[in-house]
Design a protein around this ligand. Structure first.
Ligand SMILES: [Zn+2]
Length: 417
């Protein structure tokens, strides 16, 4: 098998930043579609709308000092001259922290979450500041994230926000300015992202389809080879294999765009293909693979019997794999939300062995051999599933997983089934 070699070649072709809704993301969709075509399939590209923003002006100034910040996309705009208001460091934004926050620009610990954001709205803050990284970071060796408000935050209302470095946040809090001026001017609109889809009809499908998925987009500053060029090239090799060795079940291969922006590609897919989901017997997702230093995991978003089966298979073929029944923060979630059982394969980097979501997600941490080993195991699993006489995985999602999916998708109680 030349899996690893071919996978590495394709990975090198998409080894550049390709974020949600950009030309680079479109370019990679074309590269993947061309590869699927060269294999002998007729891939289609399905487009969907995503939020886009263009930050015209962003600044944070206190006592004459301008701080290094990036603006939160989709968080609205201040007037051109900014807003000047009292500053408060509100730590974890607990009720106590927020007692006197009304009318202020506040700095919080950590990220904007669905726990924190509604509290900031309710407290009546005028602007928010987050910080990232570590006080020991070197400015020239790290990038300041460009963040945005997601749908669940936007529906609560918009507050203009900026992101800064931890090393600057410590100085800002120490300087304890009476007031601070936050300026954020942005144009908000829509862009297009896309999923690439290739199909292999089964010889005796019994109306059942297995969907293989991997997201091919990256976050800003990241070449996204480990996360998740690796998964993208792995499912391409599965397509090549099954084209040459036709299976009983229908097989569909989906390269999802905009996963990093909140699973937007797979959400668009399940919305567009809702009527077909009852026939999707299993969703096999691959997200992160390839590191030299690491370990292989199967995360089973399905009946626990599937976890046991994959665990037995790993022992049977002699592949070191840890299997767990849980949700996995990736494109299998919208499928699970629609009752489609899933399994997520990944090779996680060992601590210090691979990085995601930053400029350090680089190909140097990966090797063809590791891609190949993971691919071969996924193939061993997929071959059995794709050719099973009776499909063995129940078409249900266990209650413990349903609850985790609902929480992950931040569903209101009334939205829950
Ligand atoms: Zn990923």
């Amino acid at each position: 098998m030349d899996f690893g070699k071919r996978e590495f070649e394709l990975l090198n072709k998409i080894n550049f930043i390709r974020t949600c809704g950009t030309e680079e993301e479109k370019q990679v969709a074309q590269i993947l579609a061309n590869e699927a075509r060269a294999i002998g399939t007729e891939p289609t590209i399905e487009t969907f709308d995503v939020d886009r923003w263009d930050i015209k002006k962003v600044a944070l100034v206190s006592d004459g000092k301008e701080w290094e910040v990036t603006g939160y996309g989709m968080s609205g705009s201040t007037p051109e001259e900014g807003i000047t208001a009292p500053f408060a460091y509100v730590q974890d934004a607990t009720d106590m922290d927020l007692v006197n926050a009304k009318g202020k620009i506040v700095l919080i610990n950590g990220r904007i979450t669905d726990q924190v954001y509604p509290k900031l709205i309710k407290a009546g803050v005028l602007g928010f500041i987050t910080f990232q990284g570590n006080i020991v970071d070197k400015r020239e060796e790290t990038d300041l994230d460009t963040r945005n408000l997601r749908d669940w935050a936007i529906k609560e209302g918009k507050i203009p926000g900026v992101n800064m470095r931890a090393m600057d946040a410590i100085e800002l809090v120490r300087s304890n300015p009476a007031t601070i001026t936050l300026t954020l001017v942005q144009e908000e609109g829509l862009a297009t992202s896309q999923n690439v889809i290739a199909e292999l009809p089964g010889s005796d499908a019994k109306g059942e389809t297995i969907v293989f998925g991997a997201h091919y987009d990256s976050v800003p500053f990241s070449h996204g080879v480990y996360d998740n060029g690796a998964g993208s090239v792995i499912i391409m090799e599965l397509l090549r294999y099954f084209k040459a060795h036709p299976a009983k079940r229908n097989l569909r291969f989906c390269w999802f765009g905009s996963e990093e922006r909140g699973l937007l590609g797979s959400k668009a897919y399940v919305a567009t293909h809702k009527d077909e989901l009852k026939d999707v017997a299993l969703m096999v997702n691959v997200d992160v693979a390839g590191p030299v230093l690491g370990r292989d995991i199967a995360m089973v978003t399905a009946d626990d019997g599937l976890r046991i089966a994959v665990d037995y298979l790993a022992k049977e073929v002699g592949f070191p794999l840890t299997s767990k029944q849980d949700i996995y923060s990736s494109d299998s979630i919208p499928f699970a939300d629609n009752g489609v059982p899933g399994i997520n394969f990944c090779r996680f980097g060992a601590p210090g062995g691979a990085n995601i979501h930053c400029r350090h997600d680089v190909i140097d941490a990966l090797a063809p051999e590791n891609l190949e080993e993971t691919s071969k195991f996924i193939l061993a699993f997929a071959e059995r599933m794709a050719n099973s006489v009776v499909f063995p995985v129940p078409h249900t999602i266990p209650q413990n997983i349903v609850e985790k999916v609902d929480t992950y998708l931040k569903k209101d109680k009334k939205e829950k089934k």
